[in-house]
Design a binder for this molecule. Sequence first.
Ligand SMILES: [Zn+2]
Length: 299
Amino acid sequence: MSHDYLIKALSADGFVNICAIDSTKMVEEARRIHNASPTAAAALGRCLTAAAMMGSDLKGARSSVTLRIKGGGPIGTIICSCGEDGCPRGTVTDFSVDPPRKPSGKLDVGAAVGTDGYLEVIRDVGMREPYAGRVPLVSGEIAEDLTSYYFQSEQSPGVCGLGVLTQNGKVTCAGGYLIRLLPGTPDEVIDELEKCAPLFVPATELLSGGATPEDIISILLPGFDMKILEESRKPVEYRCTCSRDRVTKALVSLGKAELLKFAKECEAEPAEINCEFCDKRYVFQAPEIRELAENASRP
Ligand SMILES: [Zn+2]
């Protein structure tokens, strides 16, 4: 089976930039790892799909973008992170949340996420302090909230579409698009884009009908002379970056006193630390923790 991927295109005048993605397998993998309910899978999947597109804009191997959404709803906090490889990871507080579907039959992501809170985007370019921007949630449906973020926080306004379809508890289709305008885009280009707005149907509607990400670009922006940027094509997948080394570093940062206390607790049974993004289990024995305590620089 072919791989999920994302691709970008630029208008001939250079003002309009679009990214489109088929993230079906990535979101199904996230659902499987977290054993998520359909609504939780949709909420996380939309966020992962956005993170993949935003991550793919980054330059530099150590840079990352993190989306954090907290809307006061039963799902709790959604966190997704992605590097320049466009391969994200993420988690939510409660994966069992599954409110009744909307009268239209669609998953009610907004009810799970809530609207009393914020969406935060943290960009870390691996050098200076990370840059964080935050906007109040509009609907908790994530795509609308990201559109609002682009209008308020970034220099380039944008329109975001994200979708996840499930059937019998599994993700059958997921994808999205992100259209952005260069700062200083002339009004006539903006007018032309507004004329395309009725065409902005959910990406899943197009993908499930057999469209590719390239097709999505030409269907959404017919009035623009969009040039596909072949070099932007990236295969994407759910990818965790955890390792025993990273978990060890996190333990060491607790400091000597905390580690010694922890070692004592692990005397009878070794400590099990589960990665919140991929559920991988790391086991640490008491003597190993004591050794980390001896080498910790913090008291
Ligand atoms: Zn992990």
